[in-house]
Design a protein around this ligand. Structure first.
Ligand SMILES: *Cc1c(COP(=O)(O)O)cnc(C)c1O
Length: 359
C-alpha cells in the first residue's frame, strides 16, 4: 500500500522528506557509525544535534534572546501542572479561558494548586466560537492568564490576539506551533506538544521568558521545575533524544520551505480550499463560526449520522484516513497541519464533491 493522506489530529503526518532523511540516517547518522537512538546524550555528536535543533527553532520562530527554549517530556498535559507550579507562587491565582477540553484540563489541574479563575467559556455552544476576552476581565493580582491558542478538537483559533495589557500570557500552541508567524514577545510562556505539527510524540517544547523562571513553589518536583531544565540545556536527565532529532529535521524542512511565512501562506490556501467548499456545499457544513476558524483543524458535519459514517468509510477506502470527528463534536474533522500537502486537501475536496453528488 502507498502512503495515505492522514488527517489525524495527532500524532499526525510528518513531511515525507523528513521521514526519508531519518531513514537515510537511521544506521549511521552523520558519519558517527550509530543511529541517533544509540547515541549517548552526553556525546558531542548528540550535543550538536540538540544545539542545532534549538538554534533552528529560535531562528524560524524568531524567538528573542530573553526567552529560554526547553525540550521536555510528559506531553503538553504535564504543562498543565508545570505552569501553575512555576508561575503562580507569588499570588497563587491565575485566569483561564475555557475554549475546549484541553483548556478545561489545564484549568482543572491548576485548580489543584492555585485559585484558577474561569474568566470566560464557550461551553454553551460546544466550543464552536471563542469568547471575547480582554484585560478588563482579568482578576486583579492574577499571576498569569492562560489561553489555548488553537483548539484541536473544536477547530477554533485566535485569529487576533486578545489584548491582555501587561498581564503574563501563557498559551498552549500544541496544534498550531510553526503554522504561522507569532510575536513571541507578547507571551510569557508558550508550550507545545510536538506530535501535532512539529515532530513525533515524546517531546514538548517550552518557550519561557527568563524572568518567569526560578520562582517555583517549594513543593515543585525537581523534574517539573523549569529552572532545572533551563539551567541544564534540557539535559538534566536523558532527554527524548530521537524525538528531538526528528524535530530538528522538521525545523530544517520548514526553513527550506521558505520559513514560517511561506508555510503560513500554503496553510491559508489549503484551509481556504476546504472552507470554501464547506460554505458552498448543501450536504456538508463547518461547525465553527467563520471568524474563529482554525487553519489546522477543520471539523465538519452532514445532517445525518448515517451519512457521516458512510462518508468516513468511503473516504478511508480511498486513502483519506482519520477523518472521524472527536466524539464530543461528532461528524468529521480534517487536521491539515504543515505536513499535509495541498494536493491532499484538493483530492479530499474532489472526493467530497463526488460524495455529495452521489448521495
Ligand atoms: C493534543 C493536545 C494536548 C495534549 O497533549 P499531550 O502531549 O497528549 O499531553 C494539549 N493541548 C492541545 C491544544 C492539544 O492539541
Amino acid at each position: 500500500m502507498g502512503r495515505v493522506y492522514n488527517f489525524s489530529a495527532g500524532p499526525s503526518m510528518l513531511p515525507l522528506e523528513v521521514l526519508e532523511r531519518a531513514q537515510k540516517e537511521m544506521l549511521d547518522c552523520n558519519g558517527s557509525g550509530q543511529s541517533v537512538m544509540e547515541m549517548s546524550h552526553r556525546s558531542k555528536e548528540y550535543q550538536a544535534i540538540i544545539d542545532e535543533a534549538e538554534a533552528l527553532f529560535r531562528e524560524i520562530l524568531n524567538i528573542p534572546d530573553n526567552y529560554k527554549v526547553m525540550f521536555l517530556q510528559g506531553g503538553a498535559s504535564t504543562q498543565f501542572s508545570m505552569v501553575p507550579l512555576n508561575l503562580a507562587s507569588k499570588n497563587k491565582k491565575a485566569d483561564y479561558v475555557i475554549t475546549g477540553q484541553w483548556a478545561k484540563k489545564a484549568q482543572q489541574e491548576a485548580a489543584r494548586y492555585i485559585d484558577a479563575n474561569i474568566i470566560a467559556s464557550s461551553a454553551d455552544k460546544t466550543f464552536a466560537y471563542l469568547p471575547k476576552v480582554d484585560k478588563t476581565m482579568l482578576t486583579p493580582g492574577a499571576d498569569y492568564v492562560h489561553i489555548t491558542y488553537n483548539n484541536t478538537i473544536y477547530g477554533t483559533h485566535y485569529n487576533t490576539m486578545p489584548d491582555f495589557g501587561d498581564a503574563v500570557v501563557v498559551t498552549d500552541m500544541s496544534s498550531c506551533i510553526l503554522s504561522e508567524e507569532v510575536d513571541i514577545s507578547k507571551f510569557g510562556l508558550i508550550y507545545a506538544g510536538a506530535q501535532k505539527n512539529m515532530g513525533p510524540a515524546g517531546v514538548t517544547a517550552v518557550i519561557a521568558r527568563e524572568d518567569l523562571i526560578g520562582d517555583a513553589m517549594d513543593m515543585t518536583p525537581i523534574m517539573l521545575n523549569y529552572q532545572t531544565h533551563a539551567d541544564n540545556g534540557s539535559m538534566y536527565n536523558t532527554p527524548p533524544t530521537y524525538a528531538i532529532y526528528i524535530c530538528k529535521l522538521v525545523y530544517e524542512w520548514v526553513k527550506n520551505m521558505g520559513g514560517i511565512p511561506a508555510i503560513h501562506e500554503i496553510n491559508v490556501k489549503k484551509a481556504k480550499l476546504l472552507y470554501d467548499f464547506l460554505d458552498s456545499s448543501k450536504m456538508f457544513r463547518g461547525t465553527v463560526v467563520p471568524e474563529d476558524r482554525s487553519l489546522m483543524n477543520v471539523p465538519f458535519v452532514t445532517d445525518s449520522d448515517e451519512l457521516n459514517a458512510k462518508f468516513i468509510a468511503e473516504a478511508k477506502a480511498r486513502g483519506f484516513v482519520n477523518l472521524k470527528g472527536h466524539r464530543t463534536v461528532g461528524g468529521m474533522r480534517a487536521s491539515i497541519y504543515n505536513a499535509m500537502p495541498t494536493e491532499g486537501v484538493e483530492k479530499l475536496v474532489d472526493f467530497m464533491k463526488d460524495f455529495e453528488m452521489n448521495n
